[in-house]
Design a protein. Sequence first.
Length: 404
Amino acid sequence: MTLRVAVIGAGIGGLTAAATLLSRGAQVEVYEQASELTEIGAGISLFANGQRVLSELGVLDGLGDSAGEPSRVVIRDGQTGDRIVSHPLGDGKWYRAQTDFPYLGVHRAELLERLEAAVDRRHVHLEHRLVDLEPSEDHVDLRWENGRSSRFDVVIGADGARSTVRRWMYDKECAIYTGNSGFRGIIESSCAPSLENPGDLQFWVGSRAHLLHFPISPGGERITFLAAVEEPVRWPAEDTWRIPTTTNEALAHFEGWHPAVTEIIGAVAHSERWGLFRMEPIPSWRHGRIALLGDAAHTMLPHHGQGANLSIEDAFVLAQLLTAEGAGSIEDRLQQYELLRKRRAEKVQLASWRANHLLHFPEGADTAQRNTAFANIPDDARWIHTYDARFAAGDSLLVPQEMD
Ligand SMILES: Cc1cc2nc3c(=O)[nH]c(=O)nc-3n(C[C@H](O)[C@H](O)[C@H](O)COP(=O)(O)OP(=O)(O)OC[C@H]3O[C@@H](n4cnc5c(N)ncnc54)[C@H](O)[C@@H]3O)c2cc1C
């Protein structure tokens, strides 16, 4: 019998799960609270671990032509601009040689458009905000804010960092404000004349703040950035993770920093400041026939650029297990999914949290140890990038079961 799966959330993880499930014969419907699928103007790092899955789904074809491939990763002192560490990425095809894929900087909207095309809009139901779930032995009933309801065999909670499904499982909000917030944007690199090498991925680090930027077009004509600061101490809003701001407010945090930094931040009319949240590992990602993936399962700081890449991995492994021949009951399959994915995601969550400390080293502290840690990043993070979700579930589970 054809498995009927509801995916809650049409973000990167939800659409990847739906595309994989559909390609393997499952019946899938995606429910999204928004009235249209729009995307904030921001870029995203697509690493080899995410790309391995996207290549399998055909979503990667031609994406590299419009993306940026940073030449090097460079870490600089935010005020003097002095180079602390520099390591090749695209240069000499270093990253490709390690992982078989280039490191790509892409526009989020372009990635989402490609995932939507892989799913087919007929399976995406907008203006469906999930408000309640009611599981029973062989199905789950879902209730939407618009008054409708639906019944499915399996439910995937891909509803992001403020997940309703997770809140239903734990009866509380698990995400914690980290005391950090960020200003994001995309600019033409010509707007930052002091920036000498827009084709690099660069961190400009300082006390209690940093700026990250990387190219999202070939040659670095367009770059995306995140300026993160350790403020405000308390997040002032309960119901939203974005609060109003101004460009002057953003720039005030970077007074006295290198001109390339202030030119990049100042090139955007900032209207929103993003709270940066994380989660302690939760006891389980599943409840009966309901499973979490992506940010809903493991909200993390963005410092390893892995949130979306892990969502893509989760989605693929879960979809494979749900559709594989001989993988047992639905509950067995979800248990297997959790066993395969949870520990890895928690390790990346922790690594991203630790990176926050390195990037915002306090003024006057001995930086020698920090600089050694920076120099070791390519080796220390290799395990993240070489992971292949396509084979995580093991060869025996790769054959989709017959569904009719
Ligand atoms: C500043 C910043 C920079 C980042 N940079 C990177 C990067 O470079 N690389 C990277 O890999 N990751 C990055 N990330 C992380 C990445 O954006 C997320 O990890 C990723 O988008 C998570 O995907 P998701 O599908 O799990 O959730 P989301 O993309 O958040 O999608 C969740 C979807 O669910 C919908 N939804 C929510 N509640 C409901 C409901 N009740 N009913 C129906 N629909 C609902 C939402 O509207 C949304 O469309 C960054 C994050 C931040 C904050």
